[in-house]
Design a protein around this ligand. Structure first.
Ligand code: ADP
Length: 755
């Protein structure tokens, strides 16, 4: 019987999900050891045996350590999650199941096996909070933990990375790797070799943000604003001068629009491709990027909003041209730009680690991507107490107006019962509109969005109180723990009796995971709760991804109940998810070559930085000069100078190579017109360009070495490095591969021009 049950379960499980039975057996054995372990004085293992980690004894020991250090006895399901992560899987565990503790016990396990762990958080706040919160647990096991934040100095970073477990935001980790990438003295290096990455909010980091490049740029220059272009496109109107494609990722000038632009500028666009790019960037900024949806303006600056988290994306900007175009649109001065010295996508950053594991509330829906891009499997951990949240089917309305009415009525009715209500909106602008409409009805909602993120903790702390009415963007969708009654036990029972937290989504997201994250705010740890989404036929999701399908007609009360409507909504969401996956795949195809080249050049660079490879190369390339310098300046000085010279040219040539590849990538789609496969074309040029770069490094190194005066500072002899560097993330998300589209547009225009 039992065997059949397991067989059926395996068939029904989504492919790629891990069988938990072996872990559950170990956890069951651990229960028998609990009393004995409780009697031990010292929980530190006497000898370090990597095979011990993952055993029942290990489980009993970390459980006891957590109990002593934090006053929390880990549940069986938490230990199951630990074992799955120690096997290198991504675990799916719902909100409130205690993933922070699971992550810490896992990190401790890896550290006890002798591997340094980087616990990758989504922001500085969480990195520090988790490191400090879990510190006593590591202490008891004889381990050390540290954290890195944006403000940490180089020395503090080095110290934090020297710990057994280091908590850091993914961006800080990446910036440290990039800065190390241009280090000329081994003593200045900050990051140790990558061993284990333990990724929190794994779907968000590994899938949604995988393509985001982290950038290291040299000394900042003021950017160039294009206020005339912004003013010009501001006068154009949609439908007449330009059209937008259904997915809202592309904007096209109509022939009429082209005429208007040409008249206004007094030029023939066909003869000025550079101007075409400027016009397109301005048009993108004007027509496709919406204030209070894609970005907010605060303190005279444009701040990008992270679509999946609904909060300001710190340190993020769009590619330079688009960034300046948005600033011009908002009549702000252009922010600074600089030469890109090196860049690294989050996916490449994480793939450097030989061992990756992670945790999130929503992993199963991206199981295929996790396998395709990282070779990871998903382990679905059951909740500690069964989830009793009632998820109602979507309520579907023909028009946005009908939905809005129903939404306001629903909020008012639910709120009147005293039950806490959390309304999740799709963007900042919507949260503000809704706030106003609710106030019009005499209600007093509390709004949480990217504009008031400083008050986040206080707002969330009260969102589960009796009568609370919270309107929030996706900010309240991830990692926020809403307690019924706001932590007051008496009120908790009262709120539970009312039905617990009720979540209302004002529309389905482009990703089902975001819907699930929002729903997951209710019903944590077996709490009662409920959720519902309201959808209209005019929602962006449907108009963009199912434009040709009409909703079935509504019942007399205005609600569409025909079963086909729900199928249509699910279909539109799957199309949206498919589009995003295709964009991810496409970017990865292009970055793969670059990553291989980077890995290879870094290996060469390391041999120069840590060894004598630079001196050896120059001794062979310029034997006479080498001997001559050795006699005049001494062996030590020549060897040091050789290292400095070769490192300089490696870095300089790599920067130039990156610039070449990015131009190549931008222009490659023009060749698709000649029916060449753009990716093949890209690879065909990238590979010889890399070889040419290696030759160039050698040529320039020799040239410098022949001429250099070793008694003077080499920096003054053409080896000057940028005096300052700065780091940021590039957000190219709104249109996928932005440049493909801009260039497709240029190509389309040129074709039209010829006709
Ligand atoms: P998640 O990230 O999975 O939503 P958290 O790590 O934020 O959950 O934990 C949610 C809450 O549950 C925290 O207040 C934490 O202290 C508590 N918690 C976690 N594990 C246990 C446990 N074994 N016993 C009691 N409380 C726990």
């Amino acid at each position: 019987m039992a065997r059949v049950g397991r067989w059926i379960r395996r068939v029904l499980d989504r492919p790629g999900s891990v069988d938990l039975a072996p872990y559950q057996r170990v956890v069951a054995e651990a229960a028998a050891l609990e009393d004995e372990v409780r009697g031990r004085d010292d929980l530190r293992p006497a000898t370090v045996d990597p095979a011990w980690v993952g055993t029942a004894d290990f489980c009993a020991v970390v459980r006891e350590a957590a109990r002593r250090a934090l006053g929390q006895r880990p549940f069986d399901v938490q230990l199951t999650g630990v074992l799955a992560m120690l096997d290198g899987h991504v675990v799916q565990m719902a909100t409130g199941e205690g993933k922070t503790l699971v992550g810490a016990m896992t990190a401790a396990g890896y550290a006890l096996r002798g591997s340094r762990v980087h616990a990758v958080s989504v922001n500085d706040y969480l990195a520090r909070r988790d490191a400090e919160w879990m510190g006593p647990l590591y202490d008891l096991l004889g381990l050390t933990a540290g954290w890195v934040a944006e403000g940490s100095a180089a020395g503090e970073r080095r110290e934090a990375y020297a710990k057994d477990v280091t908590y850091a935001a993914v961006s800080e980790l990446g910036f440290d790797v990039l800065r190390d990438r241009v280090c000329v003295d081994p003593a200045d290096l900050v990051t140790p070799p990558p061993r284990v990455a333990l990724v929190d909010e794994a779907d968000s980091v590994l899938v949604d943000e995988a393509r985001v490049p982290l950038v290291l740029a040299g000394a900042a220059d003021p950017g160039t604003a294009q206020p005339e272009m912004a003013a010009l496109v501001r006068r154009l109107s949609r439908g007449y001068h330009y059209t937008i494609d259904e997915e809202g990722r592309n904007v096209f000038l109509t022939p009429k629009g082209t005429d208007t632009v040409e008249k206004a500028l007094g030029i023939d666009l066909y003869e000025h491709p550079g101007v075409v790019t400027q016009v397109n960037l301005a048009l993108h900024a004007q027509a496709l990027l919406t204030r209070d949806v894609d970005y907010i303006v605060r303190d005279g600056r444009v701040h990008l909003v992270n679509a999946s988290r609904g909060r300001v994306a710190m340190l993020q900007r769009w590619p330079d041209g688009l960034q300046a175009a948005v600033e011009a649109k908002e009549r702000l001065p252009a922010s600074e730009t600089g030469e890109i010295l090196d860049s690294l996508t989050i996916q490449s950053l994480i793939r450097r680690y030989p061992r990756i594991c992670g945790m999130t509330g929503t992993a199963l829906a991206v199981a295929d991507q996790l396998r395709e891009f990282y070779d990871l499997k998903v382990a679905v951990i059951p909740p500690n107490r069964p989830c009793v949240r009632v998820d109602e089917p979507d309520r579907i309305y023909p028009t946005a107006e009908a939905k809005e009415q129903a939404l306001l009525d629903e909020i008012e009715t639910r709120h009147a019962t005293g039950r806490p209500v959390l309304v999740g909106t799709l963007d900042v602008a919507e949260s503000e509109r809704l706030d106003e409409a609710l106030r019009g009805r005499g209600l007093r909602p509390v709004v949480l969005n990217a504009k008031n993120d400083a008050e986040e903790a206080a707002i969330i702390a009260r969102a589960g109180e009796r009568g609370a009415l919270t309107v929030s963007t996706q900010m309240a969708g991830r990692g926020t723990d809403i307690r019924l009654g706001g932590g007051d036990p008496e009120q908790e029972a009262e709120v539970a009796a009312l039905g617990g937290l009720y979540v209302i989504g004002t529309g389905r997201h482009e990703s089902s995971r975001l819907d699930d994250q929002l729903r997951g705010r209710a019903g944590r740890q077996g709490d009662p709760g409920g959720s519902v989404f309201l959808v209209s036929g005019e929602d962006h999701l449907l108009t963009a991804y199912a434009p040709d399908d009409a909703l079935p007609p509504a019942d007399p009360d205005g609600v569409v109940r025909d079963g086909r409507a729900g199928i249509l909504v699910a279909h539109a969401q799957r199309v949206a998810e498919g589009v995003n996956l295709e964009i991810h795949r496409n970017t990865w195809r292009y970055t793969r070559v670059l990553e291989k080249q980077r890995a290879e050049i870094l290996e060469r660079r390391d041999r120069v930085l840590h060894g004598d490879a630079g001196a050896e190369a120059l001794r062979i390339a310029c034997p006479d000069r080498y001997r001559e310098l050795e006699e005049t300046a001494g062996e030590e000085t020549v060897s040091r100078a050789a290292r400095q010279i070769v490192l300089f040219h490696i870095d300089r040539c790599w920067t130039e190579h990156l610039g070449f590849l990015s131009d190549l990538r931008e222009g490659i789609h023009l060749r698709a017109l000649g029916r060449l496969n753009p990716l093949d074309e890209f690879n065909r040029e990238a590979v010889p360009a890399y070889r040419a770069m290696l030759d160039e490094i050698e040529r320039r190194s020799k040239e410098t070495f022949e001429k250099a005066d070793l008694s003077r500072d080499l920096a003054e002899q053409g080896l000057r490095r940028p005096t300052a560097t700065w780091t940021y993330l590039v957000q190219d998300n709104p249109f996928g591969s932005e440049w493909d589209r801009v260039l497709k547009r240029v190509a389309g225009m040129l074709k039209r021009g010829r006709r």
